[in-house]
Write a protein that binds this ligand. Structure first.
Ligand code: SF4
Length: 449
């Protein structure tokens, strides 16, 4: 494979998985080492569920090293092979404490000398926690994908890594490994590689892949028009943050968080703004209240993170998406792929007390989000506002319809779904954008990251 082709592969990986990283939860590199050890023959999802409580009980190598083996075995049972994993976790942490002062040694040679740490595990920790390009992560996904794509004919992870290190520039190693893991996990899967939906179809020899090569061009990811950026929003909305209502609102939220569980988590309340840059907004989809059940709300209206059950309103949106623009239904409900194309997914109220719908209404968020809409309304560039249901339509009365487009229809909730189905909001939005010389949204671009 030529350097140009490798460059193209990396470029497309970056467009498809811009934030690629290993899908484990960790606060410290030492925790990442434990999580990676548990991930052998186990799904990342299950490891995340286990480490959620495990790292509270054993936050550092010392507490792991001193753990009661029988108790630890019980904790690790859901990850499978728990007896071996318990032994490995204990031995790794004892070594960290006795030989490395309780810290990860940032050195591949020292890492692989720790009993229970293989080169792949060391690469995961050093690549992902320190951004150290010590090598290329080769797990089962990278192993399989590298062979299918003709990047390596070798059969051992070590030999495949050598081939990849020779092909991929070193400053890309820490991105390339995690991104290829995601490609293997979600597109080039072991049993059913989705070649028809693959960004590499034109470059890939599909070594030992059954079935005919799908026809047509590869499905290239759309250009990302919006980089995470809060500065322009802060500048545009600056005066709001100093107003008495906003200070009162923040005090209310602090009090709520002190006494109750509040969704979304604190660092995701403003995700709609960090995922769609102010200057990139060309569509606004207005929602009302964040989801109030566990793990649902993450700061984008209607969206849930991958792995979370798709709520009914979102399921109806996906159905309409299919009939309206023929988009394939994604296997998740994460709408970040729209946000990165300039779709601001804004709720009227940005927080909610757990399991208590509308519990944060009339506390000040509505004033803040009215200011957001007004600020966008004042912008010269044309914006399409999508207003589903009476609440959003009332809130959208301030929009200047001589300069912007407004698409109104019933809410996708099961209560009004009959009227929502057939309303074609997605194709209407694109028509409005194109009639103003703006590029359409690729509504089917819904990567799960
Ligand atoms: S074209 Fe098919 S075999 Fe090749 S990388 Fe894509 S999904 Fe895998």
């Amino acid at each position: 494979m030529s350097a140009d082709q490798i460059g193209t592969i990396i470029e497309r990986l970056k467009a498809r998985w811009p934030q690629a990283t290993y899908e484990l939860d960790w606060q410290t590199p030492e925790q990442m080492l434990v999580a990676t050890s548990l991930a052998a023959q186990c799904t990342d999802e299950r490891v995340r569920a286990v480490t959620k409580t495990l790292f509270v009980k054993y936050p550092d190598p010392k507490s792991f090293a001193e753990a009661d083996p029988a108790e630890l075995e019980e904790e690790l049972k859901p990850t499978g092979f728990y007896r071996q994993k318990t032994k490995a976790v204990l031995s790794i942490n004892k070594a960290l404490v006795s030989k490395h002062g309780g810290k990860i040694p940032r050195d591949m040679a020292k890492m692989v000398k720790i009993s229970g740490v293989a080169r792949k595990t060391a690469n995961v920790v050093l690549n992902c926690c320190f951004n150290d390009p010590t090598g290329v992560i080769v797990d089962t996904h990278v192993h399989r994908v590298s062979q299918r794509m003709g990047l390596s004919k070798q059969s051992t992870p070590e030999a495949i890594e050598q081939d990849l290190m020779a092909l991929v520039p070193q400053d890309e190693w820490t991105f390339f490994g995690p991104a290829m893991v995601l490609h293997g996990r979600y597109t080039c899967t072991a049993k059913n590689p989705d070649c028809a939906d693959c960004v590499y179809l034109d470059l890939c020899p599909r070594v030992e892949v059954d079935g005919p090569r799908p026809e047509g061009p590869p499905r290239l990811p759309p250009p990302v028009t919006s980089e995470p950026d809060l500065d322009a929003w802060v500048q545009a909305l600056g005066p709001e943050f100093d107003k008495p209502y906003f200070k009162k609102l923040m005090a209310f939220i602090d009090q709520e968080r002190a006494e109750h569980q509040v969704f979304p988590p604190e660092d995701e309340v403003f995700s709609a703004f960090s995922m769609t840059a102010f200057d990139a907004v060309k569509v606004v989809i207005l929602g009302q209240d964040p989801y109030h059940d566990d793990d649902q709300a993450h700061g984008l209206s209607f969206s849930v993170k991958p792995g979370v059950k798709v709520p009914p309103s979102l399921a109806n949106m996906v159905k309409e998406l299919k009939t309206d623009v023929g988009a394939t239904a994604p296997k998740h409900g994460f709408l970040g792929g729209w946000a990165s194309q300039g779709v601001l997914m804004l709720n009227a109220v940005l927080t909610v007390r757990a399991h208590s719908a509308n519990s944060h209404k009339d506390q000040g968020w509505e004033t803040f989000t009215d200011a957001v809409i007004q600020t966008l309304n004042n912008r010269a560039e044309h914006i399409v506002f999508v207003l589903w249901g009476g609440y959003a339509q009332k809130k959208g009365q301030i929009i200047d319809r001589t300069r912007h487009s407004v698409i109104e229809c019933a809410h996708p909730s099961p209560l009004s779904a009959k009227k929502f189905f057939g309303s074609k909001p997605f194709s209407q939005t694109n028509e409005a954008l194109q009639s103003h010389g703006q590029s359409p949204i690729d509504w089917s671009h819904l990567p799960d990251r």
